[in-house]
Design a protein around this ligand. Structure first.
Ligand SMILES: [Zn+2]
Ligand SMILES: [Zn+2]
Length: 409
């Protein structure tokens, strides 16, 4: 008798269903389902017994490993289909939670006959329920990034649905100097509403995130939104030029086929004079990672007030000396409460005087990612060095700042 049949013979000392028998040999041949394989092994064994004039195998009554749980697969599939109703998705995946007692019985069988060619009952249930669901709905099973995961608890035929977030990429411009990039809860009540925030729960009435996210969230019928920007500008800085890349994440979307061109128009009408978005398209968690990792150079236009006597020659000399210079910035006083106190070295890539009348200076500066431009101008009491103010020998301050370009790939 072959090794395989010997092993099967040993396993069938217990009453096993075809699934549990076939599953012991899942990696022997993968062309059949576990049930088909179990059935053919049982037949081969039966045949051998007849040939050898032995008693035939006892009839299958109840599986000693799974209690014939696979007979429940159609019911599990019905529960999944019912729970998926009303959701918009293209791909799905089945997961199962199996009674630990059942997994224990399976391990016990493995310890008797070996598990080198076996797969787990959980894996088979996932496949079988997946096949049964796929036969009932037009959507496809997908392993890597399914839109929804249906988790079946096989003890109670209870189904939990996990909906993957929806990711939307775009670029935004910001025209307001009173608008934070992300939602900013009130620092006293943390969002509940108090006297300080007039019951709104917020430090600022709205944000770039909310102006974009609220509209997308409503269309996708989601639960909440999260904003992933490629860096951020200060609240009082405008974001101009071709805008800043972002990915908006919507949790638990009931709808995924949303019309982004139409929604872009809605966002821009509603956000008029505050923000504008362009190039909305569907995105992914991978792109969020890329956006967070990218550290693009940026170009700024700074309106600077020069508080002292400086002539044009002196200014030109200082500007020239600052090109391609590395500056050292100790964490600015204004952000010290939320950032570690570190010295960072940043490159001033390029700078150019656009206008200067002895008092008001308009400067265009291109910097390495992470440069504190205001501090580069005023010096932050010596915490940034060299600074424009330090080299000119007079106090300088930024009156207005715009980001005019983000040089992402
Ligand atoms: Zn079984
Ligand atoms: Zn409050």
């Amino acid at each position: 008798m072959s090794e395989l049949l010997e092993k099967a013979e040993k396993a069938l000392a217990h009453d096993l269903c075809d699934h549990c028998l076939g599953r012991l040999f899942a990696h022997v041949d993968t062309g059949l389902s576990d049930r088909e394989r179990g059935e053919s092994i049982r037949m081969a064994l039966q045949f051998t017994r007849v040939m050898e004039d032995k008693d035939s195998l006892p009839p299958h009554v109840k599986c000693s490993v799974c209690d014939d749980i696979f007979e429940m697969v159609p019911r599990f599939a019905d529960s999944v289909v019912e729970r998926l109703q009303g959701l918009e998705f293209d791909t799905f995946l089945i997961g199962t939670r199996v009674d630990p007692l059942l997994a224990e019985k399976e391990e016990h069988l493995w310890s008797e006959v070996g598990q080198d060619t076996a797969e787990t009952i959980k894996a088979e249930l996932n496949q079988e329920i997946g096949k049964a669901v796929q036969a009932r709905i037009p959507q496809e099973v997908e392993f890597a990034t399914p839109d929804v995961v249906a988790l079946v608890d096989t003890r109670f035929a209870h189904v939990d649905i996990d909906i993957s977030p929806l990711f939307v990429y775009g670029r935004y411009r910001k025209f307001s100097r009173e608008l934070p990039q992300t939602r900013w809860p009130c620092n006293r009540c943390r969002g509940k509403g108090c006297e300080k925030c007039h019951g709104t729960g917020k430090m600022y009435q709205t944000s770039v995130q909310e102006l974009i996210g609220d509209i997308l969230l409503a269309a996708a019928e989601g639960e909440d939104h999260f904003f992933h920007g490629m860096g951020r500008e200060d609240i009082d800085a405008r974001m101009l030029g071709s805008g800043r890349p972002f990915v908006l994440e919507i949790r638990d979307p009931k709808k995924r086929h949303i019309d982004l061109a139409d929604l872009q128009q809605k966002i821009n009408e509603n956000g008029k004079e505050r923000i504008e978005v362009e190039g909305l398209r569907s995105s992914s968690r991978d792109e969020v990672r890329q956006i967070k990792q990218d550290s693009p150079q940026k170009e700024y236009r700074a309106q600077i007030s020069v508080d002292g006597k400086v002539n044009k020659e002196k200014l030109d000399e200082v500007i020239l000396s600052l090109k391609h210079t590395r500056i050292t910035q100790q964490t600015p006083t204004r952000v010290a409460h939320r950032r570690a106190d570190l010295a960072r070295v940043r490159e001033i890539v390029d700078l150019e005087v656009e206008a200067f009348d002895g008092e008001d200076l308009t400067l265009r500066v291109r910097t390495e990612s992470g440069t504190y431009v205001k501090e580069f101008v005023h010096g932050d009491n010596g915490r940034t060095t060299p600074s424009l103010s330090e080299l000119l020998g007079v106090p300088c301050s930024v009156k207005a700042l715009d980001v005019i370009a983000v040089f992402d790939q």
